[in-house]
Design a binder for this molecule. Structure first.
Ligand code: TRP
Length: 336
C-alpha cells in the first residue's frame, strides 16, 4: 500500500526558535519515517506583511538548513520552496474566484495581523488563507500537521475543496481531495519566556521571549535565567495559575526526552534557582548537534541548492497535475 502523505510549511521570516523545533519540525522528523512528507518554505506568505528583499532568499535558505539540521532527510521527504512552484500562486487565483469574501474577513489570524498593520493591510494578508489552501490541496495530502493556531485555516481549506467539488465536480469524481488536520498535542505547544499564556513567536518584539535555534550557549543561559517565573517553591505541571512553570517544565521534559512523570518527580521540590540552570544546560546540550550541523549546511550553499532543486522538481510534477485537473474542471481551454 502506498504511504499516506503529509504536508506542512513554515514562513521564512526571522529566526526559527524552540517552538518551531519542538512544536513542529521535530514531529515531522518522526512522521517522515511513516509518511510521504512534503515540507516547504512559505516564501509567498512571507511577503503578506512588509518584508526586506535583502533578507528573503537568505531567510529561505536558513529555514531549509534548519529542517535538515533538525533531521529532515531529503531522501525521505520532499523539501521545496513555495515560490519555485508557480502552481501555488495560480491555484490561489482560481480559488480566489470561488471563495466568498466573508469567509476571509472572519479569519482570526487576519484580524489580529491586520490590527498590527494599521492602514497598510494588503490584499495578500487577507488572501493568505486562500494561498495556504492552494499549498495544501495541490499535493493531495491525507494529513496536515499544524499547530492549534492554524485550525481555522485548515477548516477553510476543507471548505474551499468541498465547494469546488460541489460546483465543478461530481460525487463519484471529486476534483480535490479533502485533507484532515493533524493538530499537535497540547504538550508540544511552547509558550513565550516572558508570558506563559502567549505562544513563543517569531513576531514577538522581545528577543527575550524566545530561544532561537541559533542562540549560543551563553545567550540560552541568560534567557532562561531571566525567564518569567513566580514566587512559588516546588515545581509542578498543569497548574492554570502557574503557566510559566508548566511551560518551563514542559520544555525540560521535551529537551531531556524524559517522561512527564519522571520530570514531575525530579522537580517537585526544586526552586527556580536550581531548575533554571538545569533547564538551560539541557537546552544547550540538545541544541548543540543541531547548531553544528546548521553551521555546516549554511556553509555549503551548493548542497542546499541541490536539495531544493530536486525537491522543487518533484513538487512541481505533482502540483501541476492537480492544477491541470482543476483548470479542466473549471472549463479552461488547455494549452496543447
Ligand atoms: N500559515 C502557516 C503558519 O503560519 C504556514 C503555512 C503556509 C502552512 N502554508 C501552509 C502550514 C500549508 C501548513 C500547510 O504556520
Amino acid at each position: 500500500m502506498a504511504k499516506q502523505r503529509i504536508l506542512s510549511g513554515i514562513q521564512p521570516t526571522g529566526n526559527l526558535h524552540l517552538g518551531n523545533y519542538l512544536g513542529a519540525i521535530r514531529n515531522w522528523v518522526d512522521l517522515q519515517e511513516e509518511y510521504d512528507a512534503f515540507l516547504f518554505m512559505a516564501d509567498l506568505h512571507a511577503i503578506t506583511v512588509p518584508h526586506d528583499p535583502k533578507r528573503l532568499a537568505e531567510d529561505t535558505y536558513k529555514v531549509a538548513a534548519t529542517y535538515l539540521a533538525c533531521g529532515i532527510d531529503p531522501e525521505k521527504a520532499t523539501i521545496f520552496v513555495q515560490s519555485h512552484v508557480s502552481a501555488h500562486a495560480e491555484l490561489a487565483w482560481l480559488f480566489n474566484c470561488i471563495t466568498p469574501l466573508n469567509w476571509l474577513e472572519r479569519m482570526i489570524q487576519f484580524k489580529e495581523k491586520a490590527v498590527k498593520q494599521g492602514e497598510n493591510v494588503s490584499i495578500g494578508l487577507l488572501d493568505y488563507p486562500v494561498l495556504q489552501s492552494a499549498d495544501i490541496l495541490l499535493y493531495e495530502p491525507d494529513l496536515v500537521p499544524v499547530g492549534e493556531d492554524q485550525k481555522q485555516h485548515l477548516e477553510l481549506t476543507r471548505d474551499i475543496a468541498a465547494r469546488l467539488n460541489f460546483q465543478f465536480g461530481s460525487e463519484e469524481t471529486p476534483v480535490l481531495k479533502v485533507p484532515e488536520p493533524m493538530i499537535r498535542a497540547e504538550g508540544a505547544r511552547v509558550m513565550s519566556l516572558t508570558d506563559g499564556s502567549k505562544k513563543m513567536s517569531k513576531s514577538d518584539p522581545s528577543e527575550q521571549s524566545r530561544i532561537d535555534l541559533t542562540d549560543p550557549p551563553e545567550v540560552i543561559l541568560k534567557k532562561f535565567k531571566r525567564a518569567k517565573t513566580d514566587p512559588e517553591r516546588g515545581l509542578w505541571f498543569d497548574d492554570p495559575a502557574r503557566p510559566e512553570c508548566h511551560n518551563l517544565l514542559t520544555l525540560y521534559m521535551l529537551l531531556s526526552g524524559q517522561t512527564k512523570a519522571a520530570v514531575a518527580a525530579e522537580c517537585r521540590e526544586m526552586g527556580w534557582g536550581q531548575f533554571k540552570p538545569l533547564l538551560a544546560e539541557t537546552a544547550v546540550a540538545a541544541l548543540a548537534p543541531i547548531q553544528a550541523r546548521y553551521t555546516e549546511l549554511m556553509g555549503d550553499r551548493t548542497y542546499l541548492e541541490t536539495v531544493l532543486k530536486t525537491g522543487g522538481e518533484k513538487a512541481r510534477t505533482l502540483a501541476n497535475q492537480t492544477l491541470d485537473r482543476v483548470k479542466v474542471a473549471l472549463g479552461y481551454a488547455m494549452p496543447l
